[in-house]
Design a protein around this ligand. Structure first.
Ligand code: G3I
Length: 334
């Protein structure tokens, strides 16, 4: 089944630095003015992901009323800076607008299905030819490998996954379609159950092309062989892989404050970025990785994982940390 679709050829992106000549190196960005991140971003990366601006609550805030303002601005920046775009994300239980994620709204399969179809089709159609990778379904599994109970699962069981993939494929047959999740890096209950499910999707002819492993990881807990094995388990199905939301955090006391960087932790973090990059390079089907913001300055980590931070290869002043060098050492040593 292995989808041969890899979007635009990496080689076609001029002199852009790719992870190696075949793989994408991307960054995610919030809705902050792009100038704030532009100088590094335009030179270092060949792919961008909107951190929030294409999520359902932003793009369809009222039923049937679509607002592409922020998404279109990101696309314009990407085009001006010669970067490919990962679309994130069409079907997710989080950051849904209130009109849909509301226990008092008595959705039924019959009322919800056209809503889902309209959302998926309208968004993919709007960005046809501009977005070559879509996170179609995000975080559909629990860590124990069971299916997460969401408004979609509760109405449709797992049927919505293949529907969404097919609708997206019908709107843009050239886009590479992903199921994306966290804790998708190592073999275990979640990865094994997901691979079994993806195998059934493929058998039914559902157009899944790739698996996104988010890779929100922790310093000192990154194992090259383990991640290689996890990614390979999906690759064995013929699916492509992508590390979609990379950061490697550690306990830093007060968020991202540069004064709190601990040399030993910074050194271990560099080793961990090396191992993670190596794991992707080890797997033929792994086509790239994207940092979830490239600088500690805008990282989501301290706000959610209190007391941790400093998870990215650039510090809050946009200076490179040892992790940056480690990524390119991994490429030289592949
Ligand atoms: O835009 C509002 C702003 O108007 C308001 O004043 C402010 C007050 O808190 O909130 C702003 O919204 C925040 C939004 O990010 C934009 O900055 C939300 O509170 C905040 O919850 C939201 O967090 C995002 C998170 O997804 C929500 O689930 C993070 O930025 C984003 O990095 C994170 O990304 C997710 C991926 O989509 C899926 N995988 C996990 C990853 C990390 O959680």
């Amino acid at each position: 089944h292995a989808s041969a679709k890899r979007g635009r050829r990496i080689d076609s992106l001029g002199g852009k630095m790719a992870l190696d000549r075949r793989r994408w190196f991307g960054h995610a960005t919030g809705d902050a003015p792009y100038e704030a991140i532009a100088s590094v971003a335009s030179n270092e990366f060949n792919r961008i992901t909107p951190e929030n601006s294409m999520k359902w609550e932003t793009i369809e805030p009222q039923q049937g009323v679509f607002d592409f303002t922020l998404g279109d601005a990101l696309i314009a920046w990407a085009e001006a800076n010669d970067q490919a775009v990962r679309g994130h994300t069409l079907v997710w239980h989080s950051q849904l607008p209130g009109w849909i994620n509301n226990p008092t709204v008595p959705w039924t399969p019959a009322t919800l299905k056209p809503v889902l179809e309209n959302h998926v089709r309208t968004v993919v159609r709007h960005y046809k030819g501009k977005i070559d990778q879509w996170d179609v379904v995000n975080e559909m599994f629990n860590d124990d490998g069971t299916f997460r109970q969401t408004v979609f699962y509760n109405n449709f069981g797992t049927d919505y996954v293949c529907w969404a993939l097919k609708w997206a494929h019908e709107e843009d047959a050239d886009a590479l379609l992903f199921v994306n999740d966290y804790n998708f890096e190592y073999r275990g209950a979640k990865v094994d159950a997901a691979a079994t499910f993806f195998k059934s999707l493929i058998a039914q002819g559902c157009p899944i092309g790739a698996v996104g492993a988010q890779a929100h990881l922790i310093v000192g807990q990154v194992d090259e062989a383990g991640i290689t094995a996890g990614l390979s388990h999906f690759a064995d199905l013929g699916l492509l892989l992508y590390l979609t939301e990379v950061d490697i955090r550690y306990e830093i006391g007060r968020g991202n404050d540069i004064a709190n960087y601990t040399p030993s932790q910074v050194g271990q973090q560099a080793k961990d970025y090396y191992s993670l990059t190596k794991a992707c390079l080890n797997v033929e089907n792994c086509i790239g990785m994207t940092l979830w913001q490239y600088t500690d300055k805008y990282s989501w980590i301290p706000g959610v994982w209190a007391g941790t931070g400093a998870a990215l290869p650039w510090d809050v002043r946009l200076n490179k940390k040892p992790a940056y060098t480690a990524i390119y050492e991994a490429i030289e040593n592949q």
